[in-house]
Design a protein around this ligand. Structure first.
Ligand SMILES: [Zn+2]
Length: 320
């Protein structure tokens, strides 16, 4: 455990089990086009894209010194114990699992280590009954937030069908973490109706008491996220992930220059640390944490600002 002078809440990690609602691409427009695509051509394209994704992901692991994820099957109990040890090892106060195999399964997992783990609900906000499922997940199952992957939905995020769900989030006073921007590792999704954080504009203004968190420093959509944050005081940014999208920006920017930008524009009270950790043997991505501590210290962030970014802001949103 290293002494940093502040407690750590990791606001954005994933419990490493397959989720029942993750990075699926929208079926609507794809179905229309797929009528005009032969099966052979479709198979061929899938193979080319999958080879490309594997190549980029292997390069990414090499750049960060990460081993490939363990393939050995482990029970939820064993994985929870591993994660609990990881929390102890790095002196983390709490880790938030924003996904983990569906609401019920994740609720069971986090209930094993209630002092260390927090879980979020994760289901389609447009589905009939999504509002009641959210209420049940929080009130009865003990989940404490809501996670959505916007470019995995098949409906625009601001479609009225999700308004009952936003209403539930407002009643429950829980934070809502929504992924916008490029999705998945290299070779992932880069075009979708819900790609830009600005697609949340109307919802965030209609439900101004709901605290929304947009991850990965904007994930390719910095200008859009800054505009959204300028419009809406209830939008926050998290720092999670390797943020490799930065390499694919036309300007020379870095995690550090982005942290400076967000500090200067929205201030430290709307920046939240997350790691996007999940699988073993990597466990807690301490590398991202240490790099961000150094970046922020070098930007002369005060102790109070460090405290806010690495735990205080999360504490407020989670009502801890
Ligand atoms: Zn994530």
């Amino acid at each position: 455990m290293i002494e940093h002078g502040f407690e750590i809440i990791d606001f954005h990690s994933h419990f490493p089990v397959p989720t029942d609602f993750s990075g699926r691409q929208s079926p609507g427009p794809e179905n229309e086009k797929s009528e005009h695509l032969t099966k052979a051509r479709s198979e061929e394209s899938k193979k080319i894209l999958s080879d490309y994704a594997q190549k980029l992901r292997a390069e990414w692991r090499l750049a960060h010194g990460f081993h490939a994820p363990e393939t050995e099957e482990m029970s939820d109990e064993e994985l929870a114990e591993k994660w609990s040890k990881e929390v102890d090892r790095y002196g983390i106060d709490k880790v938030v699992f924003v996904t983990g195999g569906g609401n019920e399964r994740l609720a069971n997992i986090v209930s094993r280590y209630p002092d260390k783990f927090i879980g979020f609900a994760h289901h389609n906000p447009h589905e009939k009954g999504a509002d009641n499922l959210l209420r049940k997940s929080v009130n009865e199952m003990g989940l404490r937030g809501y996670k959505i992957i916007a470019p995995a939905l098949d409906t625009p995020i601001d479609h009225p069908s999700a308004y009952p769900t936003w209403e539930a989030a407002a009643d429950l006073e829980i934070p809502v973490l929504i992924h916008f921007g490029v999705l998945g590792g290299g070779g992932g999704v880069s075009q979708h109706v819900n790609m830009s954080p600005l697609s949340l504009h109307d919802v965030a203004r209609d439900f101004a008491s709901v605290q929304f968190v947009i991850p990965h420093l904007g994930c390719g959509y910095v200008r859009e996220l800054l505009h959204l944050m300028w419009s809406c005081p209830n939008v926050h940014v998290d720092t999670s992930g390797s943020n490799q999208w930065i390499r694919w920006m036309p300007e020379e920017i870095t995690v550090k220059s982005l942290l400076r930008k967000y500090l200067e524009t929205v201030g430290h009270e709307r920046i939240i640390f997350g790691s996007d950790s999940s699988w073993f043997p990597r466990g807690f991505s301490v590398r991202y944490f240490e790099d961000q501590v150094r970046d922020l210290r070098e930007l002369n962030a005060s102790n109070d600002q460090m405290e806010a970014i690495f735990n205080g802001n999360a504490r407020k949103l989670l009502k801890l």
